[in-house]
Design a protein around this ligand. Structure first.
Ligand code: SF4
Length: 309
């Protein structure tokens, strides 16, 4: 069995669902974030480098439509694929008036080969009118909504200035589920103040919710963040690759089988990465997790335990 066959990975899941390869086209629609612009708070999450996460360093000269056209043309030629998901990736992609959102999402569906949309947002940025719009979209296309949770503990969310609560996340999960909208949750492994026990407790919390997908992130320290300041002051020490790989592999083994793994790691651009020194090496990280899966002969869900009796 090949290492990636040991879990329900998103690329294979898409291929099975659509009968052929599907690629995501990342888009920067210029959205900011309620945790930066003062709607909810200011300053952002303490690990957020907004140049990177809001795509400020990307070219702003292209409209979203042009970005999509260019992305499709590039991926079509480079990878010889003809189906795409328009991925509203940078910032909080529901943080705008609903008519503006509708125009953007619907524009993306007019493009040849676009078979669906992914929308990245926060759990506190799904008001009723946006949920209604998402329901409407969900009726006519393949839709995923991504939400960052990062930790199942309010004390960790507060420590990192997330400016939303675990309860807000749980409410959003159920609102999306009631509308039959696929959802994917981001969780961080190696948050300041958290250890293995916290990570697996968080996993167990996710397992018991109706989530459809997960993104597992290794905590890294980007430049120009509060976390970088803490690191330089000796207040935060990132996990080693070995520790992350061991925990992530066990995470996969404990994860509910039907949850689609959209990503096993996050990478930080080398130029922005303060620490650890492996956080920009995507293949090295994925290989380390794969090696642990193989070494333990683990497959997704092989040691899953439900808390629901
Ligand atoms: S929610 Fe995302 S974009 Fe907003 S501050 Fe946090 S990490 Fe940055």
């Amino acid at each position: 069995m090949l290492p990636h066959e040991r879990y329900n990975g998103f690329n294979v899941w898409l291929q099975n669902h659509f009968g052929e390869k599907v690629h995501r086209v990342g888009l920067n629609a210029g959205f900011t974030c309620p945790n930066i612009d003062g709607t909810k708070a200011k300053g952002g999450c303490y690990f957020c480098n907004d140049d990177y996460l809001l795509g400020k360093s990307f070219s702003k000269t292209d409209s979203v439509e042009t970005q999509l056209d260019k992305g499709i043309a590039y991926i079509r030629e480079r990878f010889n694929v003809s189906k795409f998901l328009a991925y509203f990736q940078s910032g909080t992609n529901t943080h705008a008036p609903v008519q503006e959102l509708k125009g953007l999402y619907e524009m993306s569906l007019t493009k040849d080969g676009v078979v669906g949309i992914m929308i990245s947002t926060r759990p506190d940025s799904l008001p009723e009118d946006v949920l209604d719009l998402l329901s409407e979209l969900n009726e006519k296309t393949h839709l995923w909504v991504e939400m960052g949770l990062q930790s199942h503990q309010d004390k960790s969310l507060d420590l990192m200035n997330r400016a939303h609560s675990v309860d807000e996340y749980v409410k959003a999960v159920h609102q999306l589920h009631e509308r039959k909208i696929r959802q994917v949750t981001h969780m961080i492994v190696g948050m300041p103040g958290e250890n293995e026990e916290d990570v697996f407790e968080g996993l167990s919390f996710i397992n018991d919710l109706p989530v459809d997908g997960i993104k597992i992130h290794n905590m890294f320290v980007p430049e120009h963040t509060v976390l970088a300041k803490w690191y330089r002051e000796g207040k935060y020490e990132p996990w080693t690759l070995e520790r992350f790989a061991k925990v992530s592999a066990e995470y996969v083994a404990r994860l509910r089988k039907d949850i689609v793994i959209h990503r096993l790691n996050a990478t930080c651009p080398k130029s922005l990465c303060v620490a650890p020194d492996w956080a920009h090496q995507q293949f090295r990280i994925v290989n380390a997790v794969h090696d642990e899966l193989v070494k333990n002969d683990w497959t997704q869900g092989c040691i899953y335990k439900s808390n629901i009796l």
